[in-house]
Design a binder for this molecule. Structure first.
Ligand code: MRU
Length: 347
């Protein structure tokens, strides 16, 4: 739920709001090389599964803009190589690969056309990916809003708002925003989301801008909050959902889901179908990104842990389907068994 410009195409390259600087600085950057876009994805200047997908689609347009080849077939090959390079930026969010594969299929289809036509076709495809992503986020937000009562308290983790999706609603925050737009009184406990604080920096910021009540908590307060406050639902987004419903999302989502089960609180995953990886039978097959130790051993330039301490920094975890009450997607609210409910929507 953001009113900021998150991702756009402009003459010189891919425009982004630098999310590492939010909420205190609203700085726009333009990635004019594939290397700078790769770095922007890797360092989370653009982040969140759908937003990574949209920015990568424009990355393919950038590859086409920069390509000097004059032979149409060789041109298409080089664009695809650019896509393959961008695909190495982060491993977990499947939307990255989904969008790049779609761009590669597009350039394959038009590879016998003149180069300018190929460039135009790629730009149209990227616009289509962005447009469809906006539409599905709004549709799933409407579907999910029905699950929340007239007065609801929810807990969310990480940031699955407009910033994570390149549009106004986002996914998990879209459900909350739509419920609020429908006149429901929603309060949100926002996990700060260590180590990179997407919850406190981005989710609290987006909820406050939208006028939705937000209460910031540290991740390790969630159990106490569930035990002592009336929490009606846990809602988070997804980076990759396996065919059986197992869901990879920001590290800490799994703990939250297990805690929710203990307290009899439903867990809703909100994600577009582009986040479902039907090629994976279970979440065990989802690659989990490991990031630099510095992210855990300190904050920005301040070191908080002893020098040389051993650090483990997985960026995501997998919540087994048995902890998930429903998956909210653009086709509606899906219930277990997810092999069946998701399977019916396989494309
Ligand atoms: O490392 P990040 O910030 O890219 O992780 C993002 C998340 O885990 C989001 O919750 C997920 O991508 C869903 S975004 C709609």
């Amino acid at each position: 739920m953001t009113q900021l410009r998150v991702i756009w195409w402009e003459e010189n390259g891919v425009g982004l709001i630098d999310q590492t600087l939010l909420p205190h600085k609203e700085k726009e950057i333009v990635c004019e090389t594939l290397e700078s876009l790769w770095e922007a994805i890797k360092s989370l200047r653009v982040r969140g599964a759908p937003a990574i997908g949209v920015s990568a689609a424009y990355g393919a347009v950038l590859a086409a803009k920069l390509c000097q080849k004059s032979d149409p077939k060789k041109f298409a090959e080089e664009v695809k190589e650019g896509c393959d390079y961008l695909a190495t930026s982060r491993p977990t969010a499947v939307n990255l690969f989904w969008a790049l594969d779609r761009m590669k299929r597009k350039v394959d289809k038009v590879s016998d056309r003149p180069i300018e036509e190929q460039r135009e076709a790629l730009l149209e495809e990227a616009y289509a990916i962005e447009h469809e992503n906006n539409e599905v986020c709004e549709r799933l937000s409407i579907a999910g809003a029905e699950l929340l009562g007239e007065e609801s308290q929810v807990i969310t983790h990480c940031n699955a708002g407009g910033l994570a999706c390149g549009n106004y609603y986002g996914t998990a925050l879209g459900v909350i925003l739509k419920a609020a737009e429908h006149g429901k009184k929603i309060g949100v406990y926002v996990d700060e989301t260590r180590p990179l604080l997407q919850g406190s920096r981005l989710t609290a910021f987006e909820l406050m801008k939208a006028g939705v009540e937000a209460t910031l908590i540290c991740d390790n307060m969630a159990g106490h909050v569930m035990k002592t406050k009336d929490v009606d639902a846990v809602i988070f987004g997804a980076d990759r959902i396996a065919a059986n419903g197992d869901t990879a999302n920001k590290i800490g989502s799994y703990s939250l889901a297990v805690l929710a089960k203990e307290h009899g609180i439903p867990v809703y995953v909100a994600a577009p179908l582009s986040t479902v990886d039907f090629s994976l039978g279970s979440g065990d097959e989802i690659p989990i990104e490991e990031r630099l130790p510095e992210e855990v051993a300190g904050w920005q330039t301040t070191r908080t842990a002893p020098r040389d301490v051993k650090v483990y920094n997985p960026a995501f975890d997998v919540t087994p389907a048995k902890y998930i009450t429903a998956i909210i997607c653009e086709e509606g609210v899906l219930h277990p068994p997810f092999e069946e409910s998701l399977g019916k929507l396989k494309r």
